[in-house]
Design a protein around this ligand. Structure first.
Ligand SMILES: C[S@@+](CC[C@H](N)C(=O)[O-])C[C@H]1O[C@@H](n2cnc3c(N)ncnc32)[C@H](O)[C@@H]1O
Length: 454
């Protein structure tokens, strides 16, 4: 077995859970190396096109259409395409819950325990800019990392909150069409990936998390609209954190029913509760996960026409209007809100007063009003397609100016290149990285300092 010290108590539980034969296969899986995965951002690029562009050696994750394995020796986070938000690094079995939650553009979606955004990024991509994604995490510092990942990913219809589920409910009772609860858990499926998880497991085991999960799911059910779907997932194996939680929901909420998840090669049914789905490291090429899909009876969701509730055109400051005229995709001015000089593009369905919640972001941050001018944001650049901005400059990935730009340095144009004046969207192979301001043959770098290439 690999050098991972796991308690006897845990191993005994796993033997009881799996039976002797499967348990031995599970133990053997520790002799294998952990697996590395990335998920392609389908908001920006198709998996087929990405495979052709990238220099990474990829193998498809069989059950995830946009998921791939990469070699652990590679450094995919040190790549301009990563800075363009073309992919997210994620363990393959963790890709499954967001993949199996059927989101349609226009849905109102909640990701209740969302940081750092491994699943929210996929939920947002599936919305394709329509509807609303509320991504929440109780930890403020983790919610900040979540916000960065959502903005890098280019999702415009987001709200990021950092609240207790009970508080969130005061604004969103019965509101959401789809909810993902990727619950905090004892992390038994993480031991091979992260040996430190063993230590934290010894401090807080399944019983500790079970109590938290019970509370969270109760509030989640209350925020689901009739006809809505809720996916519950964990990266742990214990029954008390998985099937028992689902059973409890079904007992306490007679309006909730289990929706059978389809099995695929290597996936296992729930233990003692058929219709759930389990992934084990000795049966699939992934670290392990549990998930169950539930439906609230009554109503039907996901087919409603999108509506904003704020239809009246709004007059905008001249500097802002001038800048927005450089963007070709239509923006509904009634959804633009200016708060303390920051300009936001609110998503459809954003509650009229927003409620008294700790928001880290309400919609897409378009930029900031400064004296007599408007400064566009990094998030806006990442949310655009190259063809949606009037003046663009796309470098090939190999061009040393890509890294210079990402480091925040001044970028010089060659004599052969056209002179650039004013705001310009800098791209790598046609994918936006950020803004710069042209002054003839040099570009003043406007890449967000906090995100610079290190
Ligand atoms: C398994 S992680 C989520 C991983 C995330 N879904 C992803 O795919 O990147 C669980 C998260 O739940 C958060 N959390 C813990 N207790 C919570 C609570 N009561 N309400 C909301 N979030 C909570 C933790 O801060 C942690 O970020």
């Amino acid at each position: 077995m690999k050098e991972i010290k796991i308690s006897e108590e845990f191993l005994n539980r796993m033997r009881d859970l799996l039976g002797e034969e499967d348990y031995n296969a599970y133990l053997k899986s520790f002799e294998e190396e952990r697996l590395y995965g990335l998920r392609v951002n389908t908001l920006k690029v198709s998996p087929e096109a990405f495979v052709k562009m990238t220099s990474l050696k990829l193998l498809p994750v069989p059950w995830i259409s946009n998921g791939f394995y990469y070699d652990g020796e590679e450094r995919p986070a040190k790549d301009p395409y990563y800075y363009a938000g073309l992919y997210y690094l994620q363990e393959p079995s963790a890709m499954t819950p967001a993949h199996m939650l059927p989101i349609v553009p226009g849905d109102k979606v909640l990701d209740l325990c969302a940081a750092p955004g491994g699943k929210s990024t996929e939920l947002g991509a599936k919305l394709r800019g329509k509807g609303l994604l509320v991504s929440n995490d109780i930890s403020n510092s983790r919610a900040r990392a979540l916000l960065k990942n959502l903005e890098l990913w280019g999702i415009e219809n987001i709200c990021v909150t950092s609240e207790e589920p009970q508080k969130l409910k005061t604004t969103f009772a019965g509101f959401f069409d789809k909810i993902l609860v990727d619950a905090p858990c004892s992390g038994e499926g993480m031991f091979r990936k992260d040996a430190d998880m063993v230590k934290s497991y010894e401090e807080h085991g399944p019983e500790y998390y079970e109590a938290i999960q019970k509370e969270i799911v109760g509030h989640a059910v209350d925020m689901l609209a009739p006809g809505g779907l809720m996916m519950y997932s964990t990266c742990t194996f214990s029954i008390c954190e998985n099937e028992d939680i689902i059973r409890l929901i079904l007992e306490n909420h007679t309006d909730m029913e289990l929706v059978k998840l389809p099995l695929f090669e290597g996936a296992s049914d729930g233990i003692g509760l058929s219709g759930c789905l389990r992934l084990f490291p000795h049966k699939i090429k992934g670290e392990g996960h549990f998930m169950a899909l539930l439906r609230k009876k009554g109503g039907s969701v996901g087919t409603e026409e999108t509506k904003t509730g704020r239809k009246k055109e709004k007059e905008l400051p001249k500097e802002l209007s001038q800048f927005l005229s450089l963007i070709s995709k239509p923006l509904i001015t009634s959804r633009i809100e200016i708060k303390n000089d920051c300009v936001y593009y609110l998503p459809e369905y954003f509650p009229e007063n927003g409620g008294k919640l700790r928001y880290l972001r309400t919609g897409l941050c378009l930029g900031e009003m400064k004296k007599e001018r408007f400064e566009p944001s990094q998030a806006l650049a990442q949310s655009l397609k190259m063809e949606e901005f009037k003046q663009t400059l796309s470098f090939q990935k190999e061009d040393e100016r890509v890294i210079r730009y990402l480091k925040g340095e001044t970028v010089f144009l060659t004599e052969m290149e056209e002179r650039i004046k004013g705001w310009c969207l800098i791209c790598v192979d046609g994918f936006p990285l950020g803004f710069a301001k042209g002054n003839g043959d040099t570009l003043k770098n406007k890449y967000y300092p906090g995100w610079r290439w290190q």
